[in-house]
Design a protein around this ligand. Structure first.
Ligand SMILES: Nc1nc2c(c(=O)[nH]1)N[C@H]1C(S)=C(S)[C@@H](COP(=O)(O)OP(=O)(O)OC[C@H]3O[C@@H](n4cnc5c(N)ncnc54)[C@H](O)[C@@H]3O)O[C@H]1N2
Ligand code: MOO
Length: 391
């Protein structure tokens, strides 16, 4: 059995990036840039007025002659003599001959004259050409996640396509004779199947939309066939259940028969001890424990990391921070633990219902509190390591 740190490192080391593709910017939200983008234009493309007011060719006077008007979008070039002004509006191009813009609130306008009140600073209220980015300069670096601001910014530079890392196609394979679909009758000994919808919603929330769900009974041949198909057709396969040591846990045997390279099986952690991680050709395979909270905890610690890394995220591990616990806790057993926790106002509360089968408090958790093998107990007031879950 390996440690959490070893498992995380192995996961990172065995996650090569997906291939690249060119994508329209209106479809690239959540993708990571595979190449640095250089700006095709100066931004702003011209000296731009930041306010509604008057552009001046400054002279040693407060009295300027107003010769014309420039609206946003106007292309006519004006040549101002010293002592001349032109009415100008926010976003309009400031003539090269103007060296300051005064806000209209600081001006008294009379016929074709204006009287300027207050001190005029050189270049005031003028956004220099290329102030944000120069033509040929770095607009966004490789590895940047394309969020709303990034996409808006790229559009402002006239860019319509970007090179990004592809997102993986993902298969979820749930196993178990006891599973019935929510909405149908629950016979004795059966439970509702919840891992597939839980994992697919966690995946969609992270921007992974290409998901196929497979359901198999605890039957060796069926398990093997479905695993073979899902591995050959997807970039990532997430199996749940059937990975422990019971007589009807067929996943490990089937993966072995299918010549999936085992990178690790079993991690010294609670929940999620019987976690399997392997690869076959270009496909990454996780077999997560069937217990729902164990599956979700392993998803955030390990699967999240792999998906992030292969999708081009330069920071693929969920961030950890030290926080003050407001709860007492005594660790049961000797495995390091991930506890469902709630961070609020800089403190962290350890929630009830820590069993790996229980999701009730996971539903309100926003973090996992990490209890190392050295920490046998936590007292309220102790600083603890907290892993923030994605929102
Ligand atoms: N002799 C041992 N027994 C077990 C060990 C062990 O080391 N020795 N480890 C325990 C631990 S820890 C875990 S975790 C579980 C993991 O077992 P499996 O991954 O094989 O999962 P299953 O047995 O198939 O299921 C466990 C539990 O989860 C429920 N389940 C499964 N799939 C779903 C689903 N899609 N939706 C909802 N619930 C699901 C299943 O009904 C079981 O209750 O093994 C321990 N045993
Ligand atoms: O690893 Mo199991 O998830 O402890 O119950």
């Amino acid at each position: 059995m390996i440690s959490i740190e070893e498992a995380l490192q192995l996961v990172i080391d065995h996650s090569p990036k997906m291939s690249e593709c060119s994508m329209d910017i209106d479809h690239c939200e959540g993708f990571y840039l595979s190449k640095t983008i250089h700006s095709p234009i100066h931004m702003p493309p011209f000296r731009q007025s930041a306010v509604d007011g008057y552009a001046l060719h400054v002279d040693n006077t407060t009295n300027y002659i107003n010769i014309d008007e420039i609206k946003a979008g106007d292309s006519h070039i004006h040549n101002l003599e010293k002592g001349q002004a032109v009415r100008i509006f926010t976003g309009a191009a400031v003539p090269d001959s103007a060296n300051a813009v005064v806000m209209q609130e600081h001006v008294k306008a009379r016929d074709n004259h204006i009287i300027v009140e207050g001190v005029i600073m050189p270049q005031q209220n003028i956004r220099p050409k290329g102030e944000q980015v120069k033509k040929g300069g770095i607009a966004l670096k490789a590895g940047t996640k394309l969020n709303a601001a990034a996409i808006g910014y790229l559009a402002s530079l006239g860019i319509t396509k970007v090179d990004v890392y592809k997102k993986p196609t993902i298969a979820i394979v749930v196993t178990g004779n006891e599973l019935v679909m929510p909405g149908s009758d629950l016979g004795y000994g059966k439970i509702y199947e919840s891992n597939s919808i839980m994992l697919s919603s966690a995946l969609r929330n992270l921007g992974y939309k290409n998901i196929t769900i497979f359901r198999v009974q605890d039957d060796y041949q069926n398990t093997k066939d479905v695993l073979q198909k899902s591995i050959s057709e997807h970039d990532v396969v997430l199996v749940t259940g059937g990975i422990s040591v019971g007589d009807y846990d067929f996943v490990g045997k089937a993966l072995h028969e299918l010549e999936v390279e085992q990178i690790f099986y079993k991690v010294r952690q609670k929940p999620g001890k019987p976690l399997f991680f392997g690869r076959k050709n270009h496909t990454t395979i996780f077999a997560l424990p069937g217990n729902p909270a164990a599956a979700l905890s392993c998803f955030y610690i390990y699967v999240y990391t792999v998906l992030s890394k292969i999708s081009g995220n330069p920071f693929p591990v969920l961030s950890r921070q030290k926080m003050r616990s407001i709860s007492d806790y005594i660790r049961k057993g000797d495995r390091p633990q991930f506890l469902k926790a709630l961070c609020k106002d800089g403190t962290v509360e350890i929630l009830e219902g820590q069993n790996s089968s229980m999701l009730q408090t996971f539903a309100v958790a926003n973090a996992l509190l990490y209890v190392s093998k050295e920490q046998e107990k936590i007292a309220a007031g102790d600083m603890v390591e907290t892993i923030m879950l994605p929102k």
